[in-house]
Each structure stands twice: as structure tokens, then as C-alpha cells.
Ligand binder design. Structure first.
Ligand SMILES: NC(=O)c1ccc[n+]([C@@H]2O[C@H](COP(=O)([O-])OP(=O)(O)OC[C@H]3O[C@@H](n4cnc5c(N)ncnc54)[C@H](O)[C@@H]3O)[C@@H](O)[C@H]2O)c1
Length: 458
């Protein structure tokens, strides 16, 4: 095949795939989304987002029924589009490797449709996170076996992983720092490069390489970021023991060095979510498969889990000096801007506090329903940070969220309240004098602060 792609299909309209499909449509591609979930397909066709992701509702409302259509029929990807991007889930196996079963099922459906069609050529792109080696060992043989067609002659395959973060997926697709394209032949890689040039609003670094190097690159990038997070957390923990030390002063300053960079270098909570913890496990599983030591990755994972214990220790230590043992958890999601609670530091802390039979008032701007589905009536769910603060002796802030920050900074407690600020978003000088401030990664004593502006709030 020659020329650029005009029409694109995205198989898997999940947390990533739907954002990608919306972005492709927004940037002018005739886009067909495919998912096995009829509910998702129907909502997309109505221009409605099935879950919250910043900007997704608007993207779908603008493009659905025009440049974006959705279906449950895989055959339409072959019939109606030039290239098919497979972005389905790759759940973790017990040994930490990723399972390819959803990709393989999707490829079987696509390949059978390709075999039945009279279409001379089709381009396949895998975008899900996979164990290195998967494309060559499994995906290409599946397409050949189920279509009766030959790689190079009838189809191409690329591996094009995503580096976007939940809560920021649309910007992540439209303005990535980098794009990796694993290619089976230079023409297929060049067409994907052209697709990214058109999709991206910025000019990312695009690297074309062999398939296996792109598969490895995806796992290695997240392995590096998690190591950086664990390093920042190690600095934060050290700071807590050294009078006057403050992790932000250090990471902000040394993060200005280009060899380090300030991103994901703050110190506070463990990393979580649907990606980082799984990707680190996959990296160690990969090393194990090849008999290679992965001591650095092992240390990263261990530091991450110690950070959860560390947070629980701080909360329990502070609670020991508080008479009202009710805890307000302000933030439940694993990061800001998403309802996802998978591997969230807040959720792990809640489990530790429930083990101590503590009463917990939980607030999150987006994740309350997911937390309720997980914890049921073990928690009490409040509709505002202020409601949580009013009934608690201690509050834990786990999100970088301006509404939570404002609520705490304007709150006038009736009795002493301890606030533990994981990301140090609060300005301690703006806090009421009855609030004892504890910043993770800082060695500070509680400071005298402002009084209530009106007596009615004291
Ligand atoms: N979530 C993240 O932050 C993130 C970031 C980078 C990469 N990734 C990787 O991207 C991939 C997708 O992740 P996600 O979070 O979007 O997953 P998800 O679970 O949110 O979505 C997967 C979607 O695929 C659909 N699906 C499953 N089998 C299908 C089939 N045969 N045909 C069509 N649709 C099918 C499901 O119904 C679901 O809607 C994974 O490999 C993940 O590791 C995720």
C-alpha cells in the first residue's frame, strides 16, 4: 500500500482507545471505533462519554455521527478503513507478564474478516502494552493463520505504544513528547509517522525502530518513571528526619537540571493506577524470563510499597495525639482528574485504617462511585471536603485539587484538626490556628496561622 491513511479504525474503546478515536476524528481522520461492549458503542454513537475523562465529552459531542462512528462489528474495520489500531486491555497474569488474550481474540476476528474480504492489503497496528516479543511470536502468526494472507505481501504490522496518563489522555495523544513506531517494513513505519504528524498538535520526537525495540521501549519508559518517583519518595522520607528539610525545595531545584527534569519528581505518595504498578511487574517478569537481574526495578517496587506503609505510619502516629479519631480522606483516585482508584495510595491507606476500626469520611470529586463499589458501607461518603473536615480530627489530602485546597484553607474548625498534606498543596500560613499542618516530605513543626475572618466561623 502507498499513500497516507485517510480512514482509521480503533479496536477497543476503553479508557485509552476512546480518547484516541476521539482525537483522530477531531484531527480530521474518518474514524471507526470498535468495541465488544454494546453499551459503550451506543453511547459513543450518541456523542456521550461512558466515563469521565477531561475533555472527552466535548470531543465526542463534536465528532460523533460525523467523523467518528462506532460499531461492534470487526469486519467493518477491514471493509471501511485503511489501518486498524488495536488498543484493548492486556490484564496482568499472576507472574506479572501481560496477557495477550484480548488482543489475540480481536486479531482473530479482524484476520478472518480480512481473509473473507477481497481487499488486497490492510495495515494493522498494535498499541496495547505487551510483553516484548509478542508481535513477532504471536500477533503476526495469528493474522497470517486466520486470514490466509502473508505479511509484507498483503498486510503490514506496526507496534505503536501509548505513553499517555489517565486524567490527561487527550492532551497526551495530541501533544506527546515522543512517539515510538515499531515497524515490519519502512513504508508501514513511514505511514504511521505521517499519521502522528497529522494527529499531533506539537512536533514530538518520532523514532522508527524494530518491533521488539518499540515493545521494549514502552516497558522501559514506565520502568524509568517509576524509578524516578521512588527516588523522589526516598528524598522525601529523608527530609522528614532532617530539621528544616523540605523535599520541594530540593526536587524543584535539581529538577531544573535537564538530566533530571521536574516531571514525576515530587515526592509524596506511591505511584498507582492501571499502568505503572503492572509495568514494573512486567519488567521484572521479563528480566526473570531471560535470567537477568532486575535489582533496580525490584528496589523501585519495594520503595513504592514502603511508601504506602510510611503514609499509614504517619497517619496512625498523628492520630495517637488526636482525641477525635474520625479521619477525613480527601481524595480517593490514584491521581487527579480521573475516577480510577486502581492501586491508589488513598485506597491502600483506607484499608490500613479500616484494619484499625477507624471511622472514615471519604470525599473525591470524581471517584466516589468507584470507592463505594469497592468499600460499600465500610466508609461514609461525604459530598464536600468541608463536610468531611467538620466531623473529623484528622484529614488526609491525597490529590492535587484546587477545590480541596480552598476548602481546607478556608475551614475554621471547632476543635483541633490535624491535616496531612501528601503533595503539599496547602499554604500553611493560610490555615486556621486550630489546624496542625503535617506536610509529607517536610521537617516542620505546626506553625501558628491565621485566625478566622469572622467570629461566626470560629
Ligand atoms: N490506562 C492507562 O493509563 C494506560 C496507559 C498506557 C497504555 N495502556 C495500555 O493500553 C491498553 C488499553 O488500556 P485501557 O486502560 O484503555 O483498557 P480498558 O480496559 O479501559 O479498555 C479496553 C477495551 O477493549 C475492549 N475489548 C476487549 N476485547 C475486545 C475485542 N476483542 N474487540 C473489541 N474491543 C475489545 C473492552 O470492551 C474495553 O472497552 C492496555 O494494554 C494498557 O496496558 C494503558
Amino acid at each position: 500500500m502507498t499513500g497516507t491513511y485517510q480512514s482509521v479504525s480503533v479496536v477497543g474503546l476503553g479508557k485509552l482507545g476512546l480518547s484516541l478515536a476521539g482525537c483522530l476524528a477531531e484531527r480530521g481522520f474518518d474514524t471507526l471505533g470498535i468495541d465488544i461492549e454494546e453499551r459503550v458503542v451506543n453511547l459513543v454513537n450518541q456523542g456521550r462519554a461512558p466515563w469521565f475523562e477531561p475533555g472527552l465529552d466535548d470531543l465526542l459531542a463534536r465528532n460523533a455521527g460525523k467523523r467518528l462512528r462506532a460499531t461492534t462489528e470487526h469486519a467493518r474495520a477491514i471493509e471501511e478503513t485503511d489501518v486498524t489500531i488495536v488498543l484493548v486491555a492486556t490484564p496482568s497474569n499472576l507472574d506479572g507478564t501481560f496477557s495477550n488474550r484480548f488482543i489475540e481474540a480481536a486479531l482473530r476476528s479482524l484476520a478472518e474478516a480480512f481473509g473473507r474480504s477481497g481487499k488486497p492489503y490492510h495495515s494493522f497496528v498494535i498499541s496495547s502494552t505487551v510483553m516484548p516479543g509478542s508481535t513477532g511470536e504471536s500477533f503476526i502468526p495469528i493474522i497470517e493463520a486466520h486470514s490466509g494472507r502473508k505479511l509484507h505481501q498483503h498486510f503490514s504490522v506496526c507496534y505503536d505504544p501509548d505513553f499517555v496518563a489517565l486524567g490527561n489522555t487527550i492532551k497526551g495523544f495530541l501533544e506527546p513528547d515522543l512517539v515510538l513506531i515499531g515497524q515490519t517494513d519502512p513504508d508501514a513505519g513511514a505511514r504511521m509517522k505521517e499519521l502522528h504528524h497529522r494527529l499531533c498538535k506539537n512536533a514530538p520526537a518520532i523514532s522508527c525502530m524494530s518491533i521488539v525495540n518499540a515493545e521494549l521501549g514502552k516497558v522501559c519508559l514506565n520502568a524509568y518513571i517509576t524509578t524516578k518517583i521512588s527516588f523522589a519518595n526516598s528524598i522525601a522520607n529523608l527530609c522528614e528526619h532532617i530539621p528544616g528539610a523540605d523535599v520541594d525545595s530540593i526536587t524543584r531545584a535539581i529538577g531544573a537540571d535537564r538530566r533530571i527534569s521536574p516531571h514525576y519528581f515530587q515526592g509524596g505518595l506511591s505511584y498507582g493506577g492501571t499502568c505503572f504498578p503492572r509495568d514494573t511487574q512486567a519488567y521484572t517478569a521479563l528480566a526473570r524470563q531471560y535470567g537477568v537481574q532486575a535489582e533496580l526495578m525490584n528496589a523501585t517496587v519495594k520503595v513504592n510499597s514502603l511508601q504506602d506503609e510510611h503514609l499509614a505510619d504517619i497517619v496512625l502516629r498523628e492520630l495517637a495525639g488526636v482525641s477525635n479519631k474520625t479521619v477525613a480522606m480527601l481524595g480517593l483516585a490514584f491521581t487527579s482528574g480521573t475516577p480510577v482508584i486502581t492501586e491508589s495510595a488513598a485506597i491502600k491507606l483506607i484499608r490500613a485504617l479500616l484494619d484499625q476500626d477507624l471511622r472514615i469520611l471519604a470525599f473525591d470529586p470524581l471517584a466516589t462511585d468507584n470507592a463505594r463499589a469497592h468499600f460499600g458501607s465500610a466508609l461514609e461518603y461525604v459530598d464536600s471536603p468541608a463536610h468531611g473536615l467538620m466531623e473529623s480530627g484528622l484529614a488526609v489530602l491525597t490529590l492535587r485539587n484546587s477545590a480541596i485546597k480552598d476548602a481546607v484553607e478556608t475551614f475554621c474548625p471547632k476543635s483541633t484538626l490535624t491535616v496531612i498534606d501528601a503533595w503539599r498543596i496547602l499554604d500553611p500560613t493560610r490555615l486556621h490556628q486550630r489546624i496542625r499542618y503535617v506536610g509529607i516530605g517536610q521537617n516542620t513543626e505546626s506553625r501558628p496561622a491565621k485566625a478566622c475572618p469572622t467570629s461566626s466561623r470560629s
